[in-house]
Ligand binder design. Structure first.
Ligand SMILES: C[S@@+](CC[C@H](N)C(=O)[O-])C[C@H]1O[C@@H](n2cnc3c(N)ncnc32)[C@H](O)[C@@H]1O
Length: 255
């Protein structure tokens, strides 16, 4: 029940951000990644999203993206998909998300002949079998009620030899369940990595920028809530990463 309520809350928040962000300032909705020797080259205009783009860069490094057909599940407001498109040269990229407003936003800002968007549920993909070379999923799966169904669907739409690049966080008590779900899927696990300290570092480094943005786009009475969702330094989510109650994982799987 608590999880269902949380899901509703998150959906309302994503909808709300889409409604108030009139100047398209929120294009990423992940916690980011920071590592001393992982400072990627970015255009000046992308610097404000450095840590979120670095998380995408890390996840995308799990496969060769160049010339491939990519599906991003839970693309949110498309910042990651746009980063992949502009820096990693895929052949095509399709973004899906449950949130209708997020998909409208993506269509308006990023649609072109090799980039498509669809409103869809991760647990019920409306694509033919063997359609994509790479599926990317970042910080979205912790909201799925049927993780097994999601894994089945990702496997189905990937071509043989295709990659599933997956990053998300879990409460420490849910980790074993996730690893069992991955083990029971038909995927071959090529790599798994705990990146909690790098995510925490990114949150710390981006706290003032995140707070400034919250102050800019949401009314004062919602500042506390905004910071909670953005997991800025000192918030419960930030502290859960700090104490190890939440772990952030990055997996590379192959069909
Ligand atoms: C925290 S945001 C991350 C967005 C994006 N990956 C990023 O890093 O900026 C999570 C996204 O997952 C989407 N989502 C949640 N449940 C979903 C589902 N069942 N199917 C598709 N998308 C879903 C939400 O609407 C939201 O846009």
């Amino acid at each position: 029940m608590k999880e269902k309520l949380k899901n509703v809350f998150f959906r309302i928040w994503y909808w709300y951000v889409s409604t108030v962000d009139k100047n398209a300032e929120v294009i990423f909705m992940n916690y980011g990644y920071s590592k001393d020797n992982h400072k990627i080259k970015l255009d000046e205009s992308d610097e404000k999203n450095r840590y979120s783009a670095q998380l995408y860069n890390l996840v995308a490094s799990g496969a060769n993206i160049k010339g491939k057909d990519i599906l991003e599940i839970g693309c949110g407001r498309g910042g990651g998909l746009s980063y992949i498109n502009r820096y990693l040269s895929p052949s095509s990229i399709t973004g899906i998300d449950l949130n209708k407003k997020a998909i409208q936003f993506c269509k308006k800002h990023y649609s072109n002949e090799k980039t498509k968007f669809l409103q869809a549920n991760a647990q019920n993909l409306n694509f033919q079998d063997n359609t994509f070379d790479v599926v990317i999923n970042i910080e979205s799966s912790h909201r799925y009620s049927k993780m097994d169904k999601f894994l089945y669907e990702v496997y189905r739409v990937l071509r043989p030899g295709g990659f599933f690049l997956f990053a998300d966080f879990r409460h420490e008590v849910e980790l074993e369940k996730l690893n069992t779900q991955l083990k029971n899927s038909s995927f071959m696990l090529l790599n798994d990595e705990k990146i909690t300290t790098n995510v925490l570092e990114a949150l710390k480094l981006s706290t003032s920028e995140r707070e400034n943005l919250i102050h800019k786009i949401v009314p004062k009475f919602l500042h506390g809530l905004g910071k909670k969702f953005a997991a800025t330094e000192g918030t419960p989510t930030y502290n859960k990463f700090l104490t190890g109650e939440f772990e952030y994982l990055f997996y590379v799987l192959m069909k």
